[in-house]
Design a protein around this ligand. Structure first.
Ligand code: NOJ
Length: 794
């Protein structure tokens, strides 16, 4: 069953049936302000920080699931009938009103067609001023004039979410709101710098600033008193619960359009007045929307593919990149699942996310990497969860709790034994990917402080991480797991993690290559020796005859092996054995076969199989998770693309595509009765075959599978990747593809790449031409230049 379709020319996903089974969300805003909104315009917004800078309120995990919202109501003043432009909150029966919603790149549009009025509300945030704009257009499609009222409505939130959710004694008595000069100003009395505003392009006919007055007693936002009576009450009050509601009454002649602009943001009435003066002019709104479009045009132009696979093109060209960018822009703590109370940066999550978008967002990637380096302890491991504002010296926003001081909460500091043993390792390839993409070799010499004092160049930070992993190994030479590795729920403590040793190997391969390229000879030799030792230990200790073990418990029991009754095969160790380059070719190929045989399903690859059913605290929390759910044998999305990369690296193009296709949300667009979640975003997991809800996807947007799927498809299936001084085109595609085209921008030059596959092979470059001339490599080209690349597989 389908609820919508991909409109690639508009770069939108259009929700034709708005009564989707769970909220389908989008992320609005690309700079300092963000709104997370559903297909009903339900959701919340914040400025800078989802924990400390809340603008509007959300009722997490509530019924209805996405209330309150950023809503516009319409009322026919002739008979009092009213509706909303988004289907909810009024929820007119869908056989009487036509509703749709479209999620685009950093904007959403809601449409209602009801009783001769076509209405549209487009929500976006301007890049220049961080103002949330609701561009509302109404058209009278009937043949009589209509007298209507329009009401905007938002519920303001206390700016600190913990206080807003837990300490009403404070939140209810420390804020107020009032109206003057067309602007509603919500202020925090005890923090005089903190305000939110809501304003409009019209002179309001009435307004409310308190929620209770607007909604009315024993009512909800579905039937608010103000809308029902056709007039707000003019409420204003210090203390209480506050809202922004502005009302305009007008007439639309038949065939005519009526356009109003509503605005909201962070700042006091003065700011609101200036914003009102600027964006009441529709031409300014159009220009700001166009600016946002161009912002995404530029990003998307960095990599575009035209292949025989429509779903791959749609996802790689638009949605997967967008999802990966959202994870980097807003970290992974603001959604309808993570509702913003836990914020900052997850060390490993961020270190992986940045890897995928170095070509589209190099400045943000650089910033995030510096933040992560700042969250690294001198001994080399990362603070697993930290807030970069602890270390910031240049935060000018007074709403943030720490201003120009270094203050790390006790609870966030931890020693080497409470580290997640993988955290710091992801950072090494990410840093090097950033350098390869940008050519910014000087970054490696920049000096960045450690979290616990002292400072060192970026290069030295990487060495500390590699050394930490070399130091904390078990008796067999495999890295200790500590609190956990990538798998939060596998808590082997001072037992051993195969995955981390493979990651260590991967990071060492990358580091040694960089050291050689940059002439850092002593480091190249030293870490090459370390790499060899890690590889030997992995091959000696971890091979189990047909695949690689997952680890060793603290009492010396190997897990993820053929002798186990449960969790015989894990995806993480077997994919990383291959991707890290540590596995010998014959073993690599058998490990991939095991992944396919034990973990594949048409909905994606399971994390492990069979799921644990017996609790075992020596293995960890994973054994206390329901079988088929999350880490205990769900189709956990994040490791799926590792298997795609592994298959492509082994030259198995058909298998790589089969793995990629199984998880691809696009392919499930017509199975929403099972999948439920949005088909334009990867979810954290899909229920596994050992659970009755097999195929249901949960936790959209904030998952490492966005970045990793993007990497898998662009760099390994299509095979377009960058080296330190060359562009590499080495695809691994299904054998029935006749070719594809890619446009890639790199270091200011544009490469129009055509790949032909006359012999119908999966891999192997028989011909490589640059601008019509045979070449053996594609070097860096002058900025602003355009080049054609022809590759013939064979
Ligand atoms: C989600 C966490 O954000 C991520 O850090 C972790 O790797 C996965 N769960 C797997 O446990």
């Amino acid at each position: 069953m389908k609820y919508g379709h991909f409109d690639n020319s508009a770069r939108e996903y259009v929700i034709d049936r708005v009564d989707v089974p769970v909220s389908w969300t989008n992320y609005i805003g690309v700079n300092r302000a963000c709104a997370v909104l559903s297909q009903n315009a339900g959701g919340y917004s914040f400025h800078q920080h989802p924990e400390f800078g809340r603008i509007t309120r959300f009722r997490p995990n509530a019924v209805p699931m996405d209330w309150p919202g950023h809503w516009v109501y319409l009322r026919d003043d002739a008979d009092g009938d009213y509706w909303s432009i988004s289907w909810q909150p009024v929820g007119k029966p869908l056989d009487q009103a036509r509703y749709s919603a479209a999620h685009g790149l950093s904007y959403s549009r809601y449409r209602a067609d009801y009783r001769g009025i076509e209405a549209e509300q487009t929500i976006f945030i301007t890049r220049e001023d961080d103002v949330e704009i609701w561009d509302v257009r109404l058209r009278n499609t009937g043949d009589t004039a209509r007298t209507l009222s329009l009401f905007s409505y938002v519920e303001f939130s206390f700016h600190t979410i913990e206080i807003d959710n837990q300490n009403f004694q404070m939140s209810l008595y420390a804020a107020g709101a009032d109206y003057a000069d067309g602007v509603i100003d919500y202020d925090f009395y005890y923090e005089p710098w903190a305000h939110h505003f809501h304003t409009a392009s019209f002179e309001p006919d009435s307004f409310d600033t308190t929620r209770e007055a607007w909604v009315g007693d024993y009512r909800t936002e579905r039937n608010p008193l103000a809308v029902e009576t056709g007039r707000c009450s003019g409420s204003a009050q210090t203390t209480g619960n506050h809202c922004g509601a502005l009302h305009s009454a007008f007439t639309i002649e038949p065939g005519r359009e009526h356009r109003v602009i509503l605005m909201m943001g962070y700042g006091d009435r003065e700011v609101g007045r200036a914003v009102r003066a600027k964006y009441s002019d529709p031409a300014r709104v159009d220009a700001a929307f166009d600016d946002l479009r161009q912002f995404w045009d530029r990003k998307l132009a960095s990599f575009q593919v035209a292949s025989p696979h429509a779903g791959l093109d749609t996802m790689a060209n638009i949605w997967t990149l967008y999802q990966a960018e959202v994870c980097v822009m807003w970290s992974r703590f603001a959604s309808f699942i993570e509702t913003g109370g836990r914020t900052g940066l997850g060390y490993r999550d961020t270190a992986q996310d940045v890897m995928a978008v170095a070509h589209t967002n190099p400045e943000k990637v650089r910033q995030r990497i510096r933040e992560l380096l700042n969250g690294q302890m001198g001994e080399g491991f990362g603070l697993h969860l930290f807030d970069p504002t602890w270390f910031a010296t240049d935060y000018s926003d007074p709403a943030l709790p720490v201003r120009g001081e270094t203050r790390i909460p006790e609870s966030a500091m931890h020693g080497p034994w409470w580290a997640c043993s993988d955290d710091h390792l992801w950072l090494v390839p990410s840093i090097l990917e950033y350098v390869r993409e940008t050519g910014d070799v000087g970054f490696l010499d920049e000096v960045v402080p450690f979290a616990d004092g002292g400072q060192a160049p970026v290069w030295e930070h990487m060495k500390r991480g590699l050394d930490y992993s070399a130091k904390y190994v078990g008796s067999s030479g495999i890295c200790m797991t500590m609190r956990a590795d990538w798998n939060d729920c596998l808590n082997l403590g001072d037992g051993e993690s195969a995955m981390v040793s493979f990651l260590h190997h991967w990071a060492l391969v990358e580091f040694v290559e960089a050291a050689r390229r940059l002439g850092r000879v002593a480091d190249a030799e030293h870490y090459e020796q370390m790499r060899r030792g890690v590889q030997e230990a992995c091959e000696r200790e971890l091979w189990d005859g047909a695949w690689y073990a997952r680890g060793v418990t603290r009492t010396g029991r190997r897990i993820g092996v053929g002798a186990d009754a449960e969790a015989k095969v894990f995806i993480e160790s077997n994919t990383w054995a291959i991707v890290s380059g540590a596995a010998a070719p014959e073993r690599a190929s058998r490990a991939l076969d095991a992944i396919d045989e034990y973990l594949y399903s048409p909905w994606g690859l399971h994390l492990l199989a069979p799921s644990y059913t017996v609790r075992d605290d020596e293995v960890g929390f994973v054994t206390r998770v329901y079988p088929g759910v999350k880490e205990n044998g769900a189709i956990f999305s994040h490791p799926n693309p590792w298997a795609v990369v592994a298959a492509a690296q082994l030259g198995q193009g058909d298998r790589a595509m089969r793995f990629y296709d199984a998880l691809l949300p696009y392919n499930q667009n017509d199975r929403i009765e099972v999948r439920q979640a949005e088909p334009y975003s990867y979810c954290q997991f899909v229920y596994g075959s050992q659970h009755p809800l097999h195929g249901r996807a949960r936790h959209p947007w904030l998952t490492g599978s966005a970045g990793w799927n993007y990497t898998a498809v662009t760099k390994w299936i299509l095979g377009v990747r960058v080296g330190y001084d060359e562009l590499v085109v080495d695809p691994c595609v299904p054998a029935d593809w006749d070719g594809f085209r890619v446009t890639r921008r790199w270091r200011g030059a544009r490469f129009d790449i055509t790949v032909q596959n006359p012999d119908r092979v999966s891999r192997g470059v028989a011909v490589l031409e640059l601008d019509g001339e045979p070449v053996d490599r594609i070097p860096v080209q002058p900025e602003g230049s355009t080049h054609s690349v022809r590759v013939v597989l064979g």
